[in-house]
Design a protein around this ligand. Structure first.
Ligand code: CMC
Length: 436
């Protein structure tokens, strides 16, 4: 970390002595005030629920400029990665810090494809779930269970274990998501086919069956690969912070990633793609585009608790660059499948247009996020709505692992242990039960 020339001085109106706090500069983005010694110096904590102004770590992986609407993985703009690189290259970039050359790409892809199968016992584990279980409920269970199958890579402090568990997680996530789908559909699991691409193999495991040949549609394969690239990392979001916090106790990588999956499930985070598609379908049932005005009134009414899902972001106060790329993919997929007149796409465009012009959204700087269009693409591909968040988890796994490994390698890392402002009862004595 680079010390800035200036310091921050914290003074108090009650006459307590002021304290100087060091300021650090990143390579880009806001400086940070180092408050680690604040408690020792003043006996006070800072208060920042939701981490609105708190940098929880230093990181060199992903950078977002929310005002500009810019997203960089290891310095590369998401637009360039999405159009010039595939998901395997992106994984290599996030994990190791550099884009692979042709030989390194072949080597990395081979290492991943060597691990696409899961232990055969996994299917018996799956059988314990109800057929109608939500795929994210299944995924939290399955990913956590990986640590029970791969005992040889559970030591988070061993770099070789971290490397092999990273490769295993990236390789096995598509297999597990497809198994969760096949289980709910009552169809046989399809083993991975390693001659296919990462996205092509996922499509095969999802949509092939033992009775018919299955041809991967290159447009769909490319669209899915783009979904993976766009979701691969997003700096210190809720699930990534969960993975870091969970991993900071020294737990094994599979358990830490399972915690990330659980966090991602929520509708304010990864669950938004499912919630967004459900919202579009609800409006469609109510009457479609003609009901958009009525729906928007509900969204703007604070008492209604209705949100425009797929809109708004903690960091982006401009168009989410992933949403633009996703809208492009959406058009490409719908055109290739002959679904240009898809009513949900039209509805989404109508909602977006109104929201971008409406004062409520303009004043709050609410723009479409990645989830606004990703659901429409996935639905067109034939992926059931309840599986959307599991696909987000599949794609984000590499980001989670890269961030977890970065944390373990950071000499400044400590077990995460936030403080609190206590507002409960002060000390009191237990009365005998008859007197309470
Ligand atoms: N619809 C209507 N109003 C909204 C929305 C929305 N989607 N998002 C924010 N607002 C309002 C919010 O009510 C608040 O208004 P006011 O200042 O009058 O109280 C203001 O905008 C600021 O919002 P906030 O809730 O304080 O912002 P936040 O940073 O805490 O929340 C968010 C960010 C993503 C949770 C929120 O925008 C949201 O719930 N959006 C819908 C869910 C969604 O699409 N999530 C996906 C995020 S992108 C994928 C991912 O990274 O997981």
């Amino acid at each position: 970390m680079k010390l800035a020339d200036n310091k921050a001085t914290l003074s108090f109106s009650n006459g307590s002595p002021s304290v100087d706090l060091p300021v650090y500069q990143g390579n880009v983005g806001p400086d940070v005030i180092d408050i680690r010694k604040l408690y020792a110096q003043t006996g006070m904590f800072t208060y920042d629920p939701g981490f609105l102004s708190t940098a929880s770590c230093q990181s060199a992986i992903t950078y977002i400029d929310g005002d500009k609407g810019e997203l960089l993985y290891r310095g590369y703009p998401i637009e360039q990665l999405a159009t010039q690189c595939d998901f395997m290259e992106t994984c290599h970039l996030l994990l190791y810090g550099n884009l692979p050359d042709a030989a390194a790409k072949i080597d990395f892809t081979k290492r991943v494809t060597n691990h696409t199968m899961v232990n055969e016992q996994m299917q018996f584990f799956l059988r314990g779930f109800r057929r109608d279980a939500h795929p994210m409920a299944i995924m939290t269970g399955l990913v956590g269970a990986l640590s029970a199958f791969y005992h040889d890579s559970t030591d988070i402090n061993n770099p070789e274990h971290r490397e092999i568990s990273a490769i295993r997680l990236i390789a096995k996530m598509p297999t597990l998501v497809a198994m969760a789908y096949k289980y709910s559909a009552g169809q046989p699991y399809m083993y991975p086919k390693n001659k296919l691409s990462y996205a092509g193999n996922f499509l095969h495991m999802m949509f092939a069956n033992p009775c018919e040949d299955y041809e991967v549609n290159p447009v769909i394969e490319r669209a899915l690969d783009r979904i993976f690239v766009l979701h691969a990392d997003h700096e210190q979001n809720a699930s990534t912070s969960t993975v870091r916090l969970c991993g900071s106790s020294g737990t094994n990588p599979f358990a830490a990633i399972a915690a990330g999956v659980a966090c991602l499930w929520g509708p304010a985070h990864g669950g938004a793609n499912e919630a967004c598609l459900n919202m579009l379908e609800d409006i469609q049932r109510m009457g479609g585009v003609s009901k958009v005005g009525q729906f928007m009134d509900q969204v703007k009414d604070k008492n209604s608790n209705v949100k425009l899902m797929g809109f708004g972001h903690r960091v982006y106060k401009n168009y989410d660059p992933r949403a633009k790329l996703m809208q492009e993919t959406c058009k490409e997929v719908l055109t290739s499948l002959g679904l240009e007149n898809d009513p949900l796409f039209k509805l989404a465009m109508a909602l977006e247009k109104i929201a971008l012009e409406d004062d409520y959204f303009v004043q709050r700087k609410l723009y479409p996020n990645v989830d606004f269009y990703s659901g429409i693409v996935q639905r067109a591909i034939g992926i059931p709505v309840s599986l959307f968040t599991a696909i987000f988890a599949l794609a984000r796994t590499v980001g989670w692992i890269a961030q977890l490994n970065e944390m373990i390698g950071d000499p400044e890392y400590k077990i995460g242990r936030p403080r609190q402002l206590f507002t409960g009862s002060v000390r009191r004595d237990v009365l005998p039960i008859a007197q309470r």
